[in-house]
Design a protein around this ligand. Structure first.
Ligand code: ZN
Length: 374
């Protein structure tokens, strides 16, 4: 056993606590699937990589939590994540297919060329060569299941994207506890795809936006730290601060894309627990631009421009290789939803910040995320 394996095993949910998580999962029909055992994970390189990343993220934030934190990998056939909070411990549940979908989706889209050239060489994405033949969600679903031939160079970048996406997703889950979101409603668990068993409120959507924002900055911190320690191989191109913003923008957009096909975006905005995935990408851009300015010295308008190019590179790749695109109506709808949400969230924060305890977050630079919350 290597040291790294030994470490992640320490944060894997102990057998004695499994029945308590299983009881909670029974309330979520989509999660009625077996939990991966430690030996299952050891036999699957992708799941082991997920576990090592989960460990590194948990280790970075564990000191800020009042009780132990664990993770488990579920075989539920939905790309999703959730967090369960109990009086004496907390546990992140992630699904194996989230990691598998993300890696395959990233590799296939990178092989198309536009995202790869944009990420590594800052080449602006080209205009699409085809026309849309199917809905975007269907294209995303197909793209995550195609077995295209992938070069080693592309796999390396796909794994890099998956690795930091995993960190982003775990940080998002931990932040629901760190940011006090469980104190604001009675649920014991929060899931990351649309469900209607939590009262859908502005508060819940605002919490998701805060968690996405936290995750983006946490991932940027992680990336900076590894580069500083020269612990990120195969990534000379990330020495450029703008390249780091490109990486976060692309991986954020891919995360929301990989969760998008499950989500009913046609539902009424006011009845949703989460902003719709594609508008979450736009919302993330707002806070990423603030944090990239503080952490990397990248100008706010430059980050906006990078995010727009990143989103376009993914859309062009999706259209070129899988024949699916957002319709003009969808683009308008998600753009409007992001703008409306942002307006609501900032108003909400003005009321909220007086009532929440952000003190333990001062050391992890929550202050960089939201203007006025220090
Ligand atoms: Zn969440």
């Amino acid at each position: 056993m290597t040291n790294t394996e030994e470490s992640w095993v320490k944060h894997y949910l102990p057998d004695a606590l499994l029945p308590r998580i299983e009881a909670e999962l029974l309330t979520r029909p989509a999660y009625h699937s077996p939990i991966a055992t430690i030996s299952d994970i050891r036999q699957n390189g992708l799941l082991e990589a997920w576990s090592v990343t989960a460990f590194s993220c948990i280790r970075n934030f564990a000191d800020y939590l009042d009780s132990p934190i664990y993770f488990v990998i579920s075989h539920a056939p939905i790309p999703s994540a959730m967090i369960c909070k109990f009086d004496d411990f907390q546990c992140i549940v992630i699904t194996a297919c989230l990691s598998e979908n993300m890696t395959r989706l990233a590799a296939n889209l990178l092989a198309e060329g536009n995202i790869f050239e944009f990420l590594l060489k800052s080449v602006e994405p080209s205009e699409p060569t085809g026309i849309a033949q199917k809905a975007r969600k269907e294209a995303v679903y197909n793209c995550a299941r195609q077995n295209m031939a992938i070069s080693t160079e592309i796999w390396n970048v796909a794994h890099l994207l998956t690795n930091y996406s995993s960190y982003f997703i775990i940080a998002h889950e931990i932040s629901h506890i760190l940011l006090g979101h469980f104190d604001s409603h009675n649920a014991m668990s929060m899931v990351e795809f649309e469900v209607h068993d939590v009262p859908p409120t502005l508060l819940s959507r605002s919490n998701e936006w805060q968690a996405d924002s936290f995750a983006a900055i946490a991932t940027l911190f992680r990336l900076n730290a590894l580069l500083e320690m020269e612990a990120e191989p195969n990534a000379d191109w990330l020495q450029d601060p703008n390249a780091r913003v490109r990486l976060i923008a692309v991986l954020g957009y891919l995360i929301f894309t990989s969760m998008d096909f499950l989500d009913n975006n046609d539902g009424d905005y006011s009845l949703r627990t989460h902003p719709s995935p594609m508008s979450r990408a736009g919302l993330m851009m707002a806070t990423l631009s603030i944090s990239a300015h503080h952490l990397l010295g990248v100008d706010t308008s430059c980050t906006h421009k990078i995010c727009q190019s990143a989103f376009k590179a993914v859309e062009v790749a999706l259209l070129n290789i899988a024949g699916g695109a957002l319709s003009e109506d969808e683009v308008l709808k998600y753009g409007n939803e992001a703008q409306t949400s942002l307006d609501h969230f900032f108003i909400y924060l003005q009321f909220d910040k007086a009532n929440r305890d952000y003190s333990r977050l001062s050391n992890i630079s929550w202050k960089y995320l939201i203007p006025g919350v220090a």
